[in-house]
Design a protein around this ligand. Sequence first.
Ligand SMILES: [Cu+2]
Length: 308
Amino acid sequence: MLLQVASNFVEGVDKAFFIIMGIGVIFLVGLTTLMLVFVFKYNKKKHPKAVQVKERMILEVTWTAIPLLIVGFMFYYGYIAFMPMRNAPDDAIQVTAVGKMWEWNFIYANGKESKKLVVPFNKAVNLKLISLDVVHSLYIPAYRIKEDMVKGEEGFMWFIPTQKGRFDILCAEYCGVRHSYMSSEVDVIDEDKFNLWLTIIDKKSNKEELPGFLVLKNNACTGCHSLDGTKLVGPSFKGLYGRSEIVLTNDVERNIKVDEEYIKASIVNPDIDVVKDYNKGLMKSYQTVLKDEEIQQIIEYFKTPDEK
Ligand SMILES: [Cu+2]
């Protein structure tokens, strides 16, 4: 798995890695052996009197020059592997990669959005890297590339996929409770298939066009509250309005029906009435984050029945 060879950078990175690793192993074995030899050769029984070695010019030059050559050698291979990563070709396909707690979103030049990174085989792809909240790190092990995404800063990474198929995308920077779920994949397909895929833009449902949906998305609410009924950090938003729930108020169980008031109270004071089997203290108050108007929009969204 780890040694998949699937991009133009693999050869250079692997070479640098194995050279550095190899030198490390040589030193581990060499130094351990030398240490053992010295322990026997210069122990107190055989060598009762210690001798001071003074001003051995040739020795000092040697132990400065050899390590210098070795680190220079390692630097050279690291440098020639790294430099091309910072020089993306101008004709590369531009995709914006957005990281947020806890999912990836890839946005193409024509407005197409995708949770997976779909790219054409053997064509350069340039990813603009953006984080909406904390520090994430886009990592594609099979491509040997990884780059941090820092909120407020714009980074980039590029590659040429040299193999068709699917390869893992991971977040390599711990970014909160659902960090380990923050994964996706690159799907490398033929160019004509890719061009066709690019033109199919998913139509959003009417419910997803509501302003409240955007508020939920932009505040990463859906990172903890699923839209499809899956149990995440918090209860699912699916079928929320009008649902009966057992909540704990001051450790006392109560039966409630989700209405406007409950939704509003849960946004402002999430720990007051926590739904049974969920934990307190995981959600912060959004009182100062959301405007009253936005809370109203969220409630409107919840009141709107699901389509289909
Ligand atoms: Cu992350």
